[in-house]
Design a protein around this ligand. Structure first.
Ligand code: NI
Length: 167
């Protein structure tokens, strides 16, 4: 396994749209293992392939408190959405900043598992939020794109300050 490097905002590659996975092979398994390792090491609950500069429709997530329920979601498609929920989100490509985002409260997701078998998942709460956040990444959308321009400007300034402090 290997740690992957995570693109940081405003890297333009975060805006690329990922392509569907067509080969469910050993290379895919190994890439998903690397993504999970990278996600856990970074204390993230979700990571999209776009964030590690791979333009394929794959994301990993684990919202369990035990960190022992890894999921690798491939070629995801939201079939149905219900209601709205507001949650303070963060993102591994924007370390240190958080913002409230409005999402669908519950959803039905169709996806493929690592073996290439189609799956249906009903999700609500944090799981539904995480799925929408990661799926956005595969379409080149970040949580910043859901914010007002004023809020975006405030958070961009905060990010810059955090980076100055880190160097
Ligand atoms: Ni993110």
């Amino acid at each position: 396994m290997a740690l992957l490097s995570i693109l940081q905002y405003p890297d333009p590659r975060l805006k690329l749209v990922a392509k569907p996975v067509s080969e469910f092979d050993a290379a895919l398994q190994s890439f998903c293992d690397d993504m999970l390792e990278t996600m856990y090491k970074s204390n993230g609950i979700g990571l999209a392939a776009t964030q590690v500069n791979v333009q394929q429709r794959i994301f990993t997530l684990d919202i369990s408190t035990t960190l022992k329920q890894p999921k690798c979601i491939i070629n995801p498609k939201i079939l149905d959405r219900i209601g709205t929920i507001v949650w303070e989100e963060g993102c591994l490509s924007f370390p240190g900043v958080y913002a409230k985002v409005t999402r669908s409260a519950a959803l039905t997701l169709e996806y493929y598992n690592i073996q290439g078998t189609p799956q249906i998942l009903q999700a609500d709460g944090l799981l539904a939020i995480c799925i929408q956040h990661e799926l956005d990444h595969l379409d080149g959308i970040t949580f910043f794109d859901h914010l007002s321009s004023l809020k975006k400007r405030m958070l961009r300034n905060k990010l810059e300050k955090l980076r100055e402090r880190a160097t």
